[in-house]
Design a protein around this ligand. Structure first.
Ligand SMILES: NC(=O)c1ccc[n+]([C@@H]2O[C@H](COP(=O)([O-])OP(=O)(O)OC[C@H]3O[C@@H](n4cnc5c(N)ncnc54)[C@H](O)[C@@H]3O)[C@@H](O)[C@H]2O)c1
Length: 271
């Protein structure tokens, strides 16, 4: 059911790789809610061609951009405004990649070149997006920017390795930039801390399947799906949340504030 929450709004949605991607669901929902937007992803991710289906289904254009390149991001924000006919109202940062995770390197033995690559792709890219948008004055007043994160920024999950530190940086950028962009242009910046979700990035993490089940057994409401996450992002892009900024918002079925559940205790024979 649609509510026209984004009627007349323009946006930029990054990170839709395939139909499992959280960004893919956000694009579908944003379309349902009346928004027009540009889709973007790294040029290398376009090779699969999946994004064309999403563009067709949502009447969107695609602008390739490597989120680590300021030049690409300048092109993205400039062209998006031309295509959409004005400044944008919302931006989704849905980008994450750790070479250390991909190569299954234990945290204590992190390769620093890979670590730096992870920081650049998954956290600094957020700063770069915001800096470019601000410099070009590409986001309308009361516009909303959301980046996706994970709770390993607050609590330790051994398998999440360097991405834990990188997500902590991402969340900090939302607060720091949120202050400056808020004061200057009333632009809102938040991070959404999402449940484990079965996507390409998620499933690349060692032991992801078991952890997914564990989190599902802890959370009173169960794990939030990609579609649930998309719905939440839509509310954050809408005017209904206009005074929410510089927050890290948990979207995890109650997982982050549950110590232990009866379901997990029963696995240890504790009633
Ligand atoms: N899946 C989970 O369990 C989970 C949980 C919490 C948060 N998140 C976060 O959600 C976000 C989206 O991930 P997802 O789970 O939908 O997986 P995904 O693999 O579908 O999306 C990750 C995206 O990042 C893009 N990307 C990588 N390098 C890039 C670059 N240099 N420039 C531009 N784009 C680049 C990829 O092409 C891909 O589209 C990530 O920030 C991820 O950390 C995921």
């Amino acid at each position: 059911m649609a509510y026209n929450l984004l009627k007349g709004k323009r946006g930029i949605i990054s990170g839709a790789l395939d139909e499992n991607s959280i960004a893919w669901k956000v694009a579908e929902k944003a379309h349902e809610e009346g928004a027009t937007f540009v889709l973007t992803n790294a040029p290398i991710a376009m090779r699969m061609g999946e994004i064309n289906k999403l563009a067709e289904a949502t009447g969107s254009q695609i602008i390739p951009a490597d989120a680590t390149s300021v030049e690409d991001l300048e092109n993205l924000f400039t062209k998006s405004q031309e295509i959409l006919g004005g400044k944008v109202d919302f931006v989704l940062h849905s980008i994450g990649m750790s070479v250390n995770i991909r190569k299954k390197i234990p945290y204590t033995e992190s390769n620093y070149e890979f670590f730096q690559k992870g920081i650049d792709v998954s956290a600094l890219s957020f700063h770069k997006m915001l800096a470019v948008a601000k410099k070009l004055d590409a986001i309308n007043e009361w516009g909303s920017v959301v980046a996706l994160t994970y709770m390993a920024a607050q609590r330790t999950y051994p398998f999440y390795t360097d991405m834990a530190d990188i997500k902590a940086m991402l969340e900090s950028i939302a607060r720091s930039f949120g202050y400056h962009y808020g004061v200057d242009k009333k632009v809102r910046i938040n991070t959404v801390s999402q449940s484990p979700t079965k996507t390409t990035a998620g499933s690349g993490i060692k032991g992801f399947g078991d952890f997914f089940d564990y989190a599902n057994a802890i959370a009173p409401l169960g794990n939030a799906t990609a579609e649930d996450c998309a719905n939440y992002c839509i509310t954050l892009f809408s005017d209904l949340t206009k005074m929410v900024t510089m927050q890290n918002l948990f979207h995890d079925g109650g997982y982050s504030t549950t110590g232990v559940s009866s379901e997990v205790l029963s696995k240890f024979g504790i009633e």
